[in-house]
Design a protein around this ligand. Structure first.
Ligand code: HEC
Ligand code: HEC
Length: 168
């Protein structure tokens, strides 16, 4: 009886795998975004390691001469672009490369989130240069903000304090 059940579930598993493989190519090519913190970290580290190998020896060259579609990070050393992707963007937003890129197709602009990021970056710079630096009396003579200032590890910046901060 138990072995029969086992056989049935095996068959079921086989069946689901074969239907997965039978899906149109588009779905296979798009890897789902990882959701747990560990899976996100693992994916990001893996991709950065692959890319670091690909650009080995060119880390100090300007991004636009190493990568194909650089519009905002022009002049930034190519090696730093990878750090910005891993820490500046992914970690600040608590997300993985897959949120903004179809994995491996790094130069394409097909994902909205990648295009939003360029605008966020412009907003960030204009807050600093048009607004913050014109506020008189700030202690810091070069006040700056970055993605983390608002995002703090989340895609949607919070409007309320975390519970633990409220009680302080
Ligand atoms: C929040 C969005 C976002 C995340 C997350 C992100 N990227 Fe990017 N990525 C961008 C944007 C925007 C650009 C284009 C920058 C520009 O125009 O100068 C880019 C460009 C790149 C490029 C250059 C491609 C080329 O040839 O032009 C590579 C490589 C890249 N990203 C890799 C990664 C990797 C690896 C990760 C994960 C560790 C990652 N990105 C995470 C938004 C993101
Ligand atoms: C001044 C605050 C602020 C800064 C700085 C900021 N953002 Fe945002 N960001 C927002 C807000 C607000 C939203 C909209 C959230 C919503 O949908 O309600 C947002 C949304 C986004 C989204 C879309 C979220 C999603 O669900 O996919 C991306 C991507 C993003 N920001 C990337 C960045 C990156 C990368 C930086 C740094 C270059 C950055 N942001 C800096 C406030 C900010």
């Amino acid at each position: 009886m138990t072995s029969r059940l086992l056989l049935l579930s095996l068959l079921f598993l086989l069946f689901s795998f074969s239907t997965m493989n039978g899906q149109p190519e588009k779905t296979i090519a798009t890897v789902d975004e990882p959701s747990t913190a560990d899976a996100i970290k693992q994916l990001n580290e893996e991709k950065i390691a692959e890319l670091s190998k690909q650009i080995a020896g060119k880390e100090n060259q300007p991004a636009e001469s190493v990568f194909k579609n650089i519009k905002i990070l022009t002049g930034v050393p190519a090696g730093n672009v990878l750090k910005i992707m891993q820490f500046g963007y992914s970690r600040s937003l608590g997300t993985s490369c897959a949120h903004c890129h179809v994995l491996g197709q790094w130069d394409k602009d097909d994902k909205t989130q990648k295009r939003i990021t360029r605008d966020m970056s412009k907003m960030d710079r204009s807050i600093v240069s048009d607004l913050l630096q014109n506020i008189e009396g700030l202690e810091d003579r070069k006040p700056i903000i970055n993605c983390t200032t608002c995002h703090r590890g989340q895609l949607k910046p919070a409007l309320n304090l975390d519970a633990e901060l409220v009680t302080k």
